[in-house]
Design a protein around this ligand. Structure first.
Ligand code: FMN
Length: 115
């Protein structure tokens, strides 16, 4: 088995290179949920993925409001790029807008989540 390759697409510099996947690879892809959707700013990069019947595990992270269509949308995108979605998951993480005054999913994921 080859060592895993990590691609951080958080910042524009990380999205300069397109992702090309062979059919003996496994893609594990995670994106945050913005307004119940896959963030629009990731659309260009996601729609440049070139896969060859590559199995894919889709993950979305949301701030404990709702993930709405994001997981389905991510699944549809990678499928349209040649992946075969084999699993999906939605995980709660502390909301970007959380503050001491308005804590939202503060400290998540926590021990209960991990258990
Ligand atoms: C613009 C924006 C929209 C968001 N929309 C949602 C949402 O619809 N539902 C939800 O549960 N969390 C929402 N969140 C919270 C994020 O999904 C969550 O905090 C995620 O961990 C942010 O990851 P990031 O820090 O990599 O952007 C939103 C956050 C931002 C910044």
């Amino acid at each position: 088995m080859n060592a895993p390759e990590y691609v951080d697409i958080t910042l524009p510099a990380g999205r300069k290179r397109s992702l090309t996947l062979s059919n003996d690879a496994l893609l594990v892809i995670g994106v945050p949920v913005y307004m119940g959707r896959v963030p629009a700013l990731l659309g260009d990069w996601l729609n440049r993925i070139e896969a060859d019947n590559t199995p894919a595990i889709c993950v979305v992270v949301y701030g404990n409001r709702a993930y709405e269509n994001a997981l389905l949308e991510l699944k549809d995108i990678v499928q349209s790029r040649g992946c075969i979605p084999v699993a999906g998951a939605a995980f709660v993480g502390e909301h970007s807008f959380s503050s001491p005054e308005t804590p939202t999913a503060q400290g998540r994921p926590d021990q209960n989540d991990l258990a």
